[in-house]
Design a protein around this ligand. Structure first.
Ligand code: ZN
Ligand code: ZN
Length: 297
């Protein structure tokens, strides 16, 4: 058996890499994601990525808050994938969607969750790839060039671009996005300071994919996850995306042997034909008594 992480399959699965051979796959993006995605995806799946930028995805929501985003992150990805399919005529679409918030552990660190959703209307299924990790995201009001230098260092500038706007102005007309040279940054800072009633500037990380090296790494990881799932074939019908749909609790405690809330088995399910099976968790064994409601209530 292969050594695998907690999210990985606990058994060998068939490969379905010929399923999408030559299939056109729509990708709607204006933010340079096609250059991150094309080569690894085409090499793994044999599909043909059809990039389009014929719709302004910023109308669906932006990170800088000038356009609010509607629905869940997965819904947003699905809308984008479908829009790309409409624009190109492809029956398979792919979309990337990132979301930023506090980390799930301490709630103190900025955190990035990247989704890559594969929508196949020819067969009627979706496959989701995901990655998450610490984000490079700073946001502050500044008054001096020295404060700007300090923020730029913290933000990982210029590999991570910056956005500046005048403090105290409600409209977004004076916003400067995608700043990635020291000269452009200094000029935008002066322009924003002059436009601000308080003479102050709001500075933040540019979170668009092409402007943020940390996001690019996470999008590549989400792509690896998606490819692993797409290549996992249903043993009954051969369709791609055969994966864990739920985990069943009940791993016995090492001390008292009563069932705990830790997973005992996982259910693998095919979204194409409904075939499913129960498999014991990789590693199996017994639960730490620290996690047992009987021994450690
Ligand atoms: Zn199946
Ligand atoms: Zn116990």
């Amino acid at each position: 058996m292969r050594p695998l992480g907690p999210q990985g399959p606990s058994h060998e699965v068939g490969l379905s890499s010929s399923w999408y051979q030559g299939t056109p796959v729509a990708l709607l993006t204006q933010h340079g994601k096609q250059t991150l995605i094309r080569d690894p995806l085409e090499a793994a799946m044999g599909c043909r990525l059809v990039h389009t930028d014929a719709f302004d995805t910023d109308q669906l929501g932006t990170f800088t808050g000038d356009v609010a985003r509607a629905g869940s992150q997965r819904d947003a990805a699905r809308s984008k994938a479908r829009m790309g399919m409409q624009l190109t005529g492809a029956r398979v679409g792919l979309a990337s969607e990132g979301a930023f918030g506090p980390d799930p552990f301490s709630g103190l660190m900025p955190w990035d969750t990247e989704l890559l959703l594969w929508v196949d209307d020819a067969h009627g299924w979706e496959v989701l790839g995901m990655a998450h990790g610490p984000a490079r995201h700073v946001q502050r009001e500044l008054g001096t060039m020295a404060e700007l230098q300090q923020l730029a260092a913290e933000a990982g500038f210029p590999e991570h671009h910056l956005v500046l706007r005048p403090a105290g102005l409600a409209d977004a007309t004076h916003i400067h996005k995608g700043l990635h040279t020291p000269d452009a940054l200094a000029a935008a800072f002066e322009a924003c300071r002059n436009a601000s009633p308080q003479g102050r500037v709001l500075a933040e990380s540019d979170l668009r994919a092409f402007a943020n090296a940390t996001r690019q790494q996470l999008i590549r990881q989400a792509l690896d996850d998606l490819i692993t799932r797409l290549q996992s074939a249903c043993p009954a019908c051969g369709a791609p995306g055969y994966w864990v749909s739920e985990r069943l609790p009940g791993l016995p405690c090492a001390e008292c042997h009563s069932p705990t809330r830790l997973p005992l088995a996982e259910v693998w399910r095919c979204s194409a034909c409904g075939h499913h099976e129960q498999r014991p968790m990789a590693g199996g064994g017994l639960a730490d008594p620290m996690r047992c409601d009987q021994c450690n209530p």
